[in-house]
Design a protein around this ligand. Structure first.
Ligand SMILES: [Zn+2]
Length: 428
């Protein structure tokens, strides 16, 4: 597990303080100490706030339970390289029955697509391995969806956690046990089988509604904490920060933003230019953030330039620098050399057959100074016909095609220029 996820302020309250509304006669300064912690709450309009919730310590699992969870089926949604040089994102499901594993996969793929559309995940998409653990629940759906309903599910997910409707909590010990089925765990995204907006952030785990199109934004914000070590940039009105200089790279007590001096005045992806904006890390006054409204303040926004560079460096440090080529992630590999104007058919001057319907992915890594193009062809029964084309002006091309069973081949064309190429492809 990397980084830290949860902004936990553990607050000790006496039993008297906690129970004063229900127990009139509780003695002061006596009885057990109850712990509370802050948990972020996300709204569909993008605003983020926090609530103080009782610390819930999950019951320890038995060795047998841990072994059973760790034996769950794992599907690589994307495997781009050895885990030692990749970020390993593990996606779990809760409230998906055995018959709903297809739905879970669909939800997992769409959530990863949502994450991978945002920089720097887009740039570093191929620096991630994405593992889906097929967590099977006895019943479909999660607790309190709608309020008052309960279901028997593998990770005990529930809305209305600590009384907050959109707070989607789970049993962290069970989630970690299932995640251990994956080859490596850097961060966990647990999806609840629901279309209701909601989620939550824990240390190394974020939750989201699998069937809600917006809820993946929650995970992206949480990755800002866990991968980049970024502070929140939102605040509670009327609060003043009184501590020392914070350790996080995107908040400072300096009203001139000296911490990110080299960024001041530069355009930032979330709009405007980098400066020193008062408010951040939960406090309205006495602390400053680099931009007005980045995704560390509101969901659905880009990282600001300061946060983006921090994220970029963090991912590059783990994933070995430059993002790997798009072709690196594809299972099949062929190489060749073409003279200008020449054509090659792959694989191996031949074709491949698939008995399955699904996505064909092809990627051509050609000479940088040349224009190489890539075509996917399918056998109609009497002739080869082009079903997908990737023909930009450069040497590199990618294509995807959703097709039925049949015979396929790639046509690689050196439209101008010559040299060697690598073709990567996946067969459904
Ligand atoms: Zn946050």
């Amino acid at each position: 597990m990397r980084g830290r996820f949860m902004r936990v302020a553990t607050v000790a309250l006496t039993a008297a303080a906690l129970l004063s509304q229900t127990l009139a006669a509780a003695p002061a300064h006596a009885g057990p100490v109850a712990e509370k912690e802050w948990r972020e709450v996300f709204s569909p309009d993008g605003t983020i706030s926090r609530v103080l919730v009782p610390v819930r310590r999950p019951a320890a699992l038995s060795g047998e339970q841990i072994r059973a969870a760790a034996a769950a089926e794992v599907i690589p949604l994307q495997e781009t390289g050895p885990s030692s040089q990749r970020f390993d994102l593990v996606i779990l499901g809760d409230g998906y029955t055995a018959a709903e594993m297809g739905l879970l996969r669909q939800h997992a793929e769409s959530k990863w697509a949502e994450v991978a559309a945002v920089e720097p995940f887009k740039k570093y998409k191929n620096s991630f391995n994405v593992w889906l653990v097929n967590v099977v629940s006895n019943q479909s759906g999660v607790d309190n969806d709608p309020y008052g309903t309960t279901r028997d599910t593998a990770l005990d997910m529930t809305f209305y956690c600590a009384g907050t409707a959109r707070l989607l909590c789970l049993d962290t010990a069970k989630a970690q046990a299932y995640a251990a089925a994956a080859p490596q765990v850097d961060v966990i995204l647990a999806l609840g089988n629901s279309t209701t907006y909601g989620g939550a952030g824990y240390s190394g785990i974020s939750t989201a509604s699998g069937g809600n199109a917006q809820s993946g934004q929650i995970a992206i914000h949480e990755f800002g904490h866990s991968i980049g070590g970024l502070a929140d940039e939102y605040y509670t009105a009327g609060t003043t920060y009184s501590g020392g200089e914070p350790g996080e790279p995107n908040v400072t007590t300096s009203a001139s933003g000296a911490k990110w001096a080299s960024y001041i005045g530069r355009a930032t992806p979330d709009g405007g230019v980098i400066g020193a904006f008062q408010g951040g890390s939960q406090y309205e006054y006495g602390i400053y953030r680099p931009s007005d409204n980045s995704l560390m303040r509101s969901l659905g926004r880009p990282f600001n330039l300061v946060g983006l560079d921090v994220m970029d460096r963090a991912i590059a440090a783990k994933a070995g620098g430059t993002p790997p080529g798009a072709c690196d992630g594809l299972g099949q590999r062929r190489t060749g050399t073409l003279a200008s104007g020449a054509t090659a058919y792959q694989p191996d001057g031949n074709w491949y057959y698939t008995g399955a319907s699904g996505t064909h992915r092809g990627c051509l890594d050609g000479p940088n100074a040349a224009n190489f193009d890539l075509y996917l062809e399918k056998w109609s029964g009497s002739a080869w016909g082009t079903v997908a084309t990737a023909a930009t002006s450069g040497g590199d091309e990618t294509l995807t095609y959703n097709g039925t069973a049949g015979y396929y081949r790639y046509r690689v064309v050196a439209t101008s220029g010559s040299g060697s190429y690598t073709l990567g492809y996946d067969v459904p």
